[in-house]
Design a protein around this ligand. Structure first.
Ligand code: ME8
Length: 516
């Protein structure tokens, strides 16, 4: 990811969207944060200075209305749902560095500072406006953008609102933004979304209404230059990405900000690809490094919704199958950027085939033989036969493929590459047949060598899978009795990690087969 020239080497700043507190965590919000967690773990494992941000988006019409429907004050309501997000992510073992809330004092301060700066620079003016307002999207639509008079996302008829407001001169930055996106082909990825944004920028870009009169909405950040207005929720929320690193001090901000990698789904492409970079230009800040856009998940072919009763909750999945199984399924069964469909049967099939049968068996067979033939003591590697070299090569290839596919945002292909190597290792057991050789005392040294290669395989699997299925990788590392930093990279070369006398543990079941 941080591969292009604009990135400071060895650093990365990763963000999820700030989730609205009008719904509880579900499969969709979980997917984005799991991808981000996987990325953060991947870079941390390689010694990068990593900062990973998530949080909740709490102001605006939508939240005010949801609070009212729940019979609560907006702040009380936001506190409750924001805590539900935080609890869920904590119980899911996600490794973010900060959970930010748009109601946090430092964020409110930063939004007001940015507004003051942009206003002073002359990029905010007062005017009147009439437009079709969709509360679901928290934005105005032009006639042309509506489909049959309804919001293209929510299929509801927007409200016609005419009022005096403050506007950000977004149109002024249209040409500059177009030039930047054209000159940086990987700024917005995958390419289909870059093309969508370029198409948007071929139409005239209107200025952005960035306030709401308090007569209509009070739940927001008051404008620093007019106490009768609050800030439009997107102008507020997007700035969180700056707040979080600005709070770390000037030096850290300068280092991390240019490596910002935002992860979002396609539903919020326009605010991130157009509002946000133009806001940054007006505030005199460089743009982010990458906007990484993924597709939408459906469940059993249908849109997820409370009314359909098909909302998939991450903690239910964790309780039923374990967090790693859920993570594995999401990362393996989707192509980043494209829509995907979640089916519980597909999860079960994947877990049984890839986790229980393939890697689970490999771990248990290797460690059982190590116990049975050598009481857990790793033996010296006496020679390297062609089949041993081929095994080592299979894992070297997998490691390279993982790097290539993570840089290219293709986690499913990274996992495929690891599982190709695991298949190779299972075949190595069948072909070298240590269980047969062990019957002949003269072949004992060869059995020791084969098992040594296989514990190396387990170490490689734990290292390669750590970002994707971290609990399982840690459990493998514990069964191998690796030191605390035993999964960090770069690490001891193949053959050097297990000194004579090193003991490994008896296997425990990593992935129980799921019975249906
Ligand atoms: O838009 N499939 O918040 P939000 C995949 N507050 N991803 C999904 C999904 C699905 N079915 N449903 C949701 C907002 N997501 C704003 C963001 S950022 C400064 C402000 C994920 O709660 C996906 O990441 O509606 C999507 O972009 C995000 O949730 C929208 O979250």
């Amino acid at each position: 990811m941080p591969t292009d020239d604009t990135a400071a080497p060895g650093r990365v700043y990763i963000t999820t969207p700030l989730y609205y507190v009008n719904a509880e965590p579900h499969l969709g919000s979980a997917y984005t944060i799991i991808i981000c967690d996987m990325m953060a773990r991947y870079y941390r494992q390689r010694g990068y200075d990593t900062f990973f941000l998530t949080g909740t988006d709490e102001h605006g019409d939508k939240i005010a209305q949801a609070a009212e429907a729940a019979g609560e004050e907006p702040q009380q309501y936001a506190d409750r749902i924001s805590a539900a997000f935080r609890d869920t992510w904590e119980q899911s073992g996600l490794t973010y560095d900060r959970f930010i809330r748009t109601t946090d004092a430092d964020h409110v301060r930063t939004v007001r500072e940015v507004l003051t700066r942009v206003h002073a620079a002359g990029d905010i003016y007062f005017g009147s406006y009439g437009g079709h307002y969709c509360t679901g999207c928290e934005r105005f639509y032009t006639e042309k953008e509506l489909t049959g008079g309804t919001c293209p996302d929510h299929r509801t008829v927007p409200e016609w609102i005419e009022e005096e407001n403050y506007f950000f001169k977004m149109g002024k930055y249209q040409e500059r933004l177009l030039a930047e996106i054209e000159s940086r082909p990987d700024m917005i990825r995958p390419e289909r979304y870059r093309n969508e944004v370029l198409a948007m920028l071929r139409e005239p870009l209107e200025d952005l209404c960035i306030s709401r009169p308090k007569s209509r909405l009070t739940w927001g950040i008051e404008l620093p230059f007019d106490e009768n207005f609050v800030t439009y929720v997107w102008f507020d929320a997007l700035i969180n990405y700056v707040t979080a690193v600005k709070e770390l001090g000037e030096e850290r901000f300068e280092a991390l900000w240019p490596t910002a990698n935002h992860f979002i789904a396609k539903d919020i492409l326009k605010p991130h690809a157009i509002f946000w970079p133009t806001m940054l230009m007006a505030a005199g800040l460089p743009s982010y490094q990458h906007l990484n856009v993924h597709g939408y998940w459906t469940v059993d072919g249908a849109k997820m919704s409370k009314s359909l009763g098909n909302v998939v909750r991450p903690l239910d999945m964790r309780d039923r199958y374990g967090m790693d199984s859920f993570r594995y399924m999401l990362l393996r069964e989707s192509v980043f950027g494209l829509d995907a469909d979640f089916r519980e049967e597909a999860l079960i099939t994947r877990v049984n085939a890839d986790l229980a049968n393939n890697v689970g068996n490999l771990v248990s067979r290797t460690l059982s033989m190590q116990q049975k033939y050598f009481q857990g003591e790793v033996q010296p590697r006496l020679d390297t036969r062609p089949e041993d070299a081929a095994l080592e090569q299979a894992f070297a290839d997998a490691a390279r493929a993982v790097d290539v596919h993570i840089a290219g945002l293709m986690p499913s292909r990274a996992l495929e590459a690891i599982w190709r190597a695991a298949d190779h290792a299972n075949k190595y057991i069948v072909e070298t047949a240590p269980f047969t050789l062990a019957k002949d005392p003269a072949s004992r040294p060869r059995v020791g060598t084969i098992l040594h290669n296989l514990v190396e395989v387990l170490r490689a699997i734990a290292q390669l899978t750590l970002p994707f299925i971290p609990e399982s990788a840690d459990r493998i590392a514990a069964m191998l009795n690796l030191p605390d930093d035993g999964l960090r990279l770069p690490s001891a070369p193949w053959g050097d990690a297990f000194a004579a006398g090193h003991r490994v543990e008896k296997p425990t079941t990593l992935f129980p087969r799921i019975e249906t």
